[in-house]
Write a new protein. Structure first.
Length: 277
């Protein structure tokens, strides 16, 4: 399926690895010009080279997507004003005129809420709620003026099914979810083909899940492998997700075909969440 977004400009945050990298790869494969942002310059550059190499493998030679699209790297902390300015001012980029924005911040560390201080909460809210809001604020009106825009926030399945040791993540990302629920239904946006959705990953085989599982192992006194296997058994799919399938879901939400989907919280969790809403 041609998603109809070749030639568009996308900003993908936290794109050097994990779910952000999966989204960047999927969008680049579709012919989108992508600006990838992450803090570590060396890892980001290596990921960029991998994205370009993988496109040659993933994209059929007869596809319209063989058109050479741009891939630009910005080594910066997107949660800071300076980091966002770096992303908007990268040479060869679109400025603030992005058609697609994928927000993604590393989740706060797991732990016991009794040990979290005010500063821990402020840091979590700043990275996982306020930063996405600032990126939306900077780009959304331009999207509406041009008649196309897609915002995808990578949050967490813990928004729907909170996990005790992820209290910082539960709280901050639930705040973003509430904000999006309102603004995504603004007629001035939706009627101008601008959508905002949240992608809620369950258990994916990334560095993040290793950290979370290690936290559970430490708390329970089990080995990491025991905790990992126990988690796998709770998932109806009987496996952890992979970044490629997550990226494909993100790319579809950014497509022309997804223009009637907005304000939604889309779970990608292998069936782990058993609720109906």
């Amino acid at each position: 399926m041609d998603l109809g977004i070749s030639g568009k400009w996308a900003l993908v945050c936290g794109a050097s690895k994990g779910l952000g990298l999966g989204c960047a790869q999927a969008l680049y494969d579709e012919g989108v010009n992508v600006v990838i942002v992450a803090r570590g310059a060396d890892v980001l550059q290596q990921s960029a080279m991998n994205i370009i190499a993988n496109k040659a493998i993933n994209t059929p030679a007869t596809s319209v997507n063989v058109i050479k699209n741009k891939l630009l790297c910005v080594a910066a902390d997107i949660t800071t004003v300076a980091g966002r300015e770096a992303a908007f001012s990268v040479a060869g980029g679109p400025g603030k005129d992005f058609d697609i924005v994928v927000t993604n911040a590393g989740g706060p560390p797991p732990g016991d809420f009794r040990n979290w201080e005010r500063e821990d909460w402020l840091k979590a809210v700043d990275a996982n709620m306020l930063t996405p809001i600032e990126l939306i604020k900077a780009t959304i009106d331009g999207m509406a003026a041009r008649g196309f825009g897609r915002v995808v926030n990578i949050t967490s399945s813990s928004v729907k099914a909170p996990i005790e040791i992820l209290g910082l993540s539960n709280g901050a990302r639930s705040g973003l979810t509430g904000f999006v629920a309102g603004i995504a239904r603004n007629s001035n946006l939706v009627a101008n083909n601008v959508t905002i959705n949240n992608l809620l990953p369950g258990t994916f085989d990334t560095d993040r899940i290793k950290t979370t599982l290690q936290g559970q192992a430490t708390k329970t006194g089990q080995s990491l492998e025991e905790v990992r296997e126990a988690r796998r058994k709770t998932i109806p799919a009987k496996r952890f997700g992979n970044t490629a399938e997550f990226g494909a879901t993100c790319a579809f939400l950014c497509s022309q075909q997804a223009s009637y989907i907005t304000g939604q919280n889309i779970l990608t969790d292998g069936g782990a969440y058993s609720g109906t809403y």
